[in-house]
Design a protein around this ligand. Structure first.
Ligand code: HMG
Ligand code: MG
Length: 307
């Protein structure tokens, strides 16, 4: 199978990234981050999470973020929703796309959303039905697809079963989360091949964290099979509060650089993206967790010192 000609990048930094930053980030900064990412050409920017602020305080005020956002036509701004209470709040704030998020691991499901995998699917059913009934698009996530912090290895078949259930609920796409970044390329391929027996590969997304430095290799392996949607986080921000030791998502800068080199279109302006990464890192007082961002910054510094 040839590589896809175009890949859709779902930018998850303002949600998956910021949910794991130790300090709270103001609504104003969150809004500016989302707007800058959309302006850099990202077709989807995850804007927040309507979860309990006791569980994830960093995502409090996601309603204010959505309401204050100046939306760029054609850009999607999905938000995480765990239950009907979250759906109600997301709809009131003007969400047009939501993501429900389950797991392939029982222990992770309990730690993350306080219920079993089966209970979570029961909980998601009315959420998805009500959202779809109101013309809201629903995306599905599965966590721990290539390993669990509490249970270790996860069978690809267990992931495929959850994917089939989310598909039944009406999710237009299923995002496969290597939450703790333990996956390696051949395991990622076996996973995608198994899940694709249940959900067509064109409707699968790869959501890989980079804890073990394998995310780009894993992405390359799955796009070779035809996966054409990638979740990533500007400057590699993030991690997961319920997955100790998990690093951020693969950096969007690194993904765009790799895809540019493969002549795969993304619509993203790498320079503008990298500038946004540097900007949010300055706000957070940290360095970009992206090799490409660091290389571009070094090149710019060298360029300006010659000027
Ligand atoms: P619970 O404690 O079982 O819920 O938590 P509950 O229904 O018993 O309610 C407890 C309290 O939470 C009540 O408030 C509710 O009103 C409130 P109290 O009476 O104590 O004051 N509550 C809510 N508040 C705001 N929004 C809501 C909401 N629901 C209840 N929607 C619950 C269950 C699902 C709420 C909780 O476990 C939760 O919020 N979990 C979210 C965890 C989370 O956001 N994790 C990170 C995202 S997942 C991820 O990062 C992985 C991913 O990136 C993919 C990958 O990498 O693998 C997607
Ligand atoms: Mg994640």
């Amino acid at each position: 199978m040839p590589y896809p000609q175009r890949i859709r990048i779902v930018e998850v930094g303002p949600r998956d990234g910021l949910q794991n930053e130790p300090q709270a980030v103001s609504v104003e900064t969150r809004v500016e981050l989302i707007e800058r990412l959309a302006a850099a050409g990202l077709p989807a920017v995850e804007a927040g999470a309507f979860v309990s602020p006791k569980w994830v305080p960093q995502m409090a005020d996601s309603d204010a973020v959505l309401q204050r956002l100046t939306r760029k036509p054609g850009t999607a701004y999905p938000v995480l929703v765990p239950n009907l209470k979250g759906l109600e709040a997301a709809l009131a704030a003007g969400a047009e796309e939501i993501a429900i998020f389950g797991a392939a691991s029982e222990s992770f499901s309990r730690k993350n959303i306080n219920c079993s995998v089966a209970e979570s699917l029961e909980r998601f059913a009315p959420v998805a039905a009500q959202a779809l009934g109101q013309g809201i698009r629903v995306r599905g996530y599965i966590s721990c697809v290539l390993g669990c912090p509490y249970e270790g290895e996860i069978a690809p078949r267990a992931v495929a079963e959850v994917a089939a259930e989310l598909d039944q609920l009406g999710c237009y796409e299923i995002s496969l989360g290597d939450t703790i970044g333990t996956g390696t390329p051949l395991a990622a391929q076996r996973l995608v091949e198994t899940v694709a027996e249940q959900v067509p590969i064109e409707r699968l997304a790869a959501h890989f964290h980079n804890t073990y430095g394998q995310a780009l290799a894993n992405l390359h392996a799955v796009i070779a099979l035809g996966v054409a949607t990638i979740d990533s986080s500007v400057a590699g921000l993030g991690g997961c509060p319920y997955a100790p030791g998990a690093a951020g998502n693969v950096a969007t800068e690194d993904v765009v650089y790799m895809l540019n080199g493969m002549d795969i279109e993304t619509g993203v302006d790498l320079e503008r993206l990298a500038e946004t990464g540097r900007w949010i890192c300055r706000q957070l007082g940290r360095e970009p967790n992206s090799q490409v961002a660091r290389a571009l910054a070094a090149r710019e510094e060298k360029g300006s010192s010659h000027a």
